[in-house]
Ligand binder design. Structure first.
Ligand code: HEC
Ligand code: HEC
Length: 230
């Protein structure tokens, strides 16, 4: 029953790879799992520090996230993905759907940054230590989540859910479970990934639509939680 989904995913993944005009260097990084490289950004961390003052109100002093405000941890996410999302918010590819209450809070914040500011603030964020991520959701079955992840998600998010830069897919391990759940449901409901020009969001949106039920979301999250360092 999953075969047709697998074929669809593989063709999306291949299309994504073909369309990013891979240079020999990119091919090299594709094979190796992407690990957090704290220096993999060209920004100026000192300038980024003053820009980050605004961000800290919601994302926390150490970019550890604040559940009460719905703002996720940023410290452990990969620079390429932080950059893509800040650009998406800035150019109305994310955070504009009428039901996206949290995205609507973030979008104006991205608009205070220009391209250089984005790189600077990311350079500062990457000086932060990896935050401790609490498990807040229960009721998922790790084994079922693992099977579904390997069948459907692993092709793009990689083994261990560390993200794949050449596919623009984010790291999922070490992200807060309440945030992952919200994003999966936003994609499932077309609140995220449906704006014009949001190529990568659209890829994820299609996959999320094929997740059969809330239990599968819970299982996936239980599996991703099980991968994080205790
Ligand atoms: C008013 C509160 C608020 C402020 C201030 C704020 N953010 Fe956010 N941010 C959020 C919320 C809420 C989300 C989650 C949006 C969603 O659910 O889609 C978010 C999401 C993000 C994301 C996407 C993360 C991901 O994994 O997709 C990035 C990157 C980000 N913020 C960076 C920043 C930066 C950099 C600043 C400072 C310039 C900043 N934020 C300021 C509330 C805020
Ligand atoms: C075809 C490739 C592909 C597949 C398969 C895929 N994803 Fe994604 N996923 C992406 C891309 C690309 C993004 C980034 C979208 C964007 O730029 O907004 C993403 C984003 C996400 C996000 C948002 C994270 C954040 O920090 O905002 C979550 C959560 C996620 N994927 C979970 C999953 C799960 C769970 C599965 C399996 C059911 C899955 N993905 C399958 C490509 C994929």
């Amino acid at each position: 029953m999953f075969n047709h989904i697998r074929i669809a995913i593989l063709s999306i993944a291949l299309l994504a790879m073909a369309s990013c005009g891979s240079s020999p260097e990119e091919k090299k990084t594709e094979k190796e799992p992407v690990t957090a490289d704290k220096t993999a950004t060209t920004g100026n961390a000192a300038k980024g520090k003053s820009l980050y003052t605004t961000c800290a109100t919601c994302h926390g002093q150490k970019a550890e996230g604040m559940q009460a405000l719905g703002a996720p941890a940023l410290a452990d996410q990969e620079p390429y993905y932080l950059k893509n999302q800040l650009q998406n918010f800035r150019t109305n590819k994310r955070g504009v759907h009428e039901k996206d209450a949290y995205g609507a809070q973030m979008a104006p914040m991205a608009k205070i940054l220009d391209s250089e500011g984005i790189m600077d603030v990311i350079a500062y964020i990457k000086t932060m230590p990896s935050p401790t991520i609490e498990t807040t959701l229960e009721g998922g079955n790790v084994e079922n989540g693992k099977n579904y992840y390997n069948m459907v998600c692993g092709a793009c998010h990689g083994p261990g859910a560390v993200g794949i830069e050449s596919l623009n897919s984010p790291k999922l391990v070490g992200m807060q479970d309440w945030y992952l759940e919200r994003q999966l449901n936003n994609f499932r409901q077309g609140i995220r990934g449906k704006e014009e020009g949001d190529t990568f969001g659209a890829q994820m949106q299609q996959i999320a639509e094929s997740i059969p039920d809330d239990q599968t979301v819970a299982d996936l999250i239980a599996y991703i939680n099980s991968l994080k360092a205790e």
